[in-house]
Design a protein around this ligand. Sequence first.
Ligand SMILES: [Zn+2]
Length: 251
Amino acid sequence: MSEDLIRASQGTPWSEWQKSAHLARAPWITPGQLCPPGRRLVLVAPHPDDEILMAGGLLSQFRGREQDLVLISATDGEGSHPGSDQWSERRLRHQRPLESQHALQQLDLNLRELDWRRLNLKDGALPRDEPFLVNHLSQLLQPGDLLMCPWRHDGHCDHEAVGRACAQAAQARGADLAEVPIWAWHWAAIDDARVPWQRARRLQLDDSSLARKRQAIATHTSQLEADAGRAPVLSAQFLECLLQPFELLFL
Ligand SMILES: [Zn+2]
């Protein structure tokens, strides 16, 4: 599924997801159970904003323990507005990492303490760089780490490439893997058999984590504004699914 096809489809709103028996059956897990102090979280974001969409609430729990967190930004997200006059690739390459930086500040993370790696890979071409990603992650990972990435069937070529690379590297290094659906919230149906419901867990977010996540999402203005008649990349309907008091993971 291409990004344009994802955007063109009408999407599944939260009012539908609320009726999902699969979602209602997903067991709850707390951030402390998933990432107790001392356990390292390595999070791979294909584009600037994916880290917040995937795990903004969880990341806010790393305030004061930034040494347990490694954030890898694979691309600078320059491909989000193809053909746009307002948002050229050059402008996006500058703007979107800044939006990520501001978002992490909204989560109250101390960026000087954070191991944040920007790989500057080409947006839209991550399948080509999959062997590089596997190699990079294999050198970084330690047994016992939690590696978090988009679900390998999320419906966007970059998300899927990162998901596959992470699955391979986690297995090779004895790290645990948490895959996170992002675009699947939009395209999947509430009883979709393609979704690995038996692996689904709901990571519980408290009010302050959810509030910080909301503020962090708001910094991604390039993705939230309409552009010359085109709808925003991140619609209000889509964001409502990601601003619930939980983050959905496949463990
Ligand atoms: Zn993305």
